[in-house]
Design a protein around this ligand. Structure first.
Ligand code: NAP
Ligand code: GLV
Length: 309
């Protein structure tokens, strides 16, 4: 069995060593043009040339949860694309989002500013029931995040394509439930995949439907958000601010207004990192299963090309 590794912006050697150790009989190698044909690919944002040349693949494994970069390419018909299914990301995402929600709700950003100015000041506690959190996307990450938020007793709501039942979470689904979901949300968390349906979903007319003083946390993809609409709604006072981990261009360009906006916190796409050991174990397990004849439908994380995620 031959495995081709083609991941931009990723140090290859530790992945090759890990995959080799997990799949001792396999040849594991970094792809380069005209490389031998492989049985399986492990990729992140590969060039189109990789897919044109690798015509014998039985599975393409994405070393991330989001497959939007892959979905932009012409993919070979009938070859399953498998994304990371949690692999240690959901707990990180829960940490990040709970931190951002609590930092905003408890006004820790303002306390930090006061302390930096040598000011000992109390603020009137905010009411938890006024800070309902709405999570867009109730998949592997969104469900974990919404469950984690219920532990802090925030009113939690979720929105997904298909209807869900999650204990302690008020679930809305589809277009029919979207406006009611937005109208009830004070802190909005985006954990949607980036698809034709969700691109630009965080725009003026949707954000304007949030409760006055709403806060936006985008941890999904930069292209979900229309940057200037967010800034306009913060500057008009309708939104209180935002925490953003993902951007249309990454790294965030030095001149982008998000860097310096006093009500926007940015982090460098770090809310849920790909953890190498967990990811290798998961991918190697699935390659072994496919290699020994397991049906593709038995694997978690298989992408539906029609849905785009
Ligand atoms: P997932 O399991 O595929 O979940 C996606 C969720 O979004 C599902 O609940 C799905 O609804 C819902 N959804 C999709 N299209 C929708 C639409 N048009 N309207 C309403 N709901 C829709 O994905 P995941 O593993 O949770 O990951 C989510 C995203 O997080 C990834 O695609 C990636 O972009 C992002 N991410 C970011 C980081 C980071 O570090 N910032 C790390 C990992 C992932 P159904 O359940 O009904 O299908
Ligand atoms: C990271 O953004 C991922 O999609 O895993």
């Amino acid at each position: 069995m031959r495995i081709s590794f083609c991941c931009t912006d990723t140090k290859a050697q530790p992945w090759l060593d890990g995959l080799q150790a997990a799949l001792p009989g396999a040849v594991v190698e970094v792809w380069s043009p005209s490389a031998p044909l492989a049985d399986f690919a492990v990729v992140w944002a590969p060039p189109q040339q990789f897919l044109e040349e690798q015509t014998q693949l039985k599975g393409i494994f994405n070393i991330g949860a989001g497959v939007d970069a892959l979905m932009k390419l012409r993919l070979p018909d009938g070859v399953p694309v498998v994304r990371l299914d949690d692999a240690g990301m959901s707990v990180q995402m829960a940490e990040y989002v709970c931190h951002a929600v609590i930092r905003h709700f408890r006004e820790f950003d303002r306390y930090e500013a006061d302390v930096a100015n040598g000011k000992w000041s109390y603020r009137k506690p905010c009411l938890r029931q006024d800070f309902s959190v709405g999570v867009m996307g109730l998949g592997v990450l969104g469900e974990r995040v919404s469950r984690a938020l219920t532990q802090f007793e925030f009113p939690v709501m979720g929105w997904s394509r298909s209807a869900k039942a999650i204990q302690g979470v008020q679930c809305f689904a589809g277009e029919a439930g979207f406006h009611d979901f937005l109208a009830a949300t004070r802190i909005l968390v985006c954990l949607l995949p980036l698809t034709a349906d969700t691109e630009g979903i965080l725009r003026h007319d949707t954000l304007a439907r949030l409760q006055p003083g709403a806060y936006v946390i985008n941890v999904a993809r930069g292209n979900h958000l229309i940057d200037q609409d967010l800034i306009a709604l913060i500057d008009s006072g309708h939104l209180a601010g935002a925490t953003l981990d993902v951007f249309r261009t990454e790294p965030l360009p030095a001149a982008h207004p998000f860097w310096t906006h006093p009500k926007i916190t940015v982090t460098p796409h770090t809310s849920a990192r790909t953890l190498r050991e967990e990811s290798i174990a998961q991918i190697a397990g699935k390659i072994r299963a496919l290699h020994t004849g397991a049906p593709i439908a038995s694997l978690a994380g298989v992408v539906d090309p029609k849905k785009g995620y």
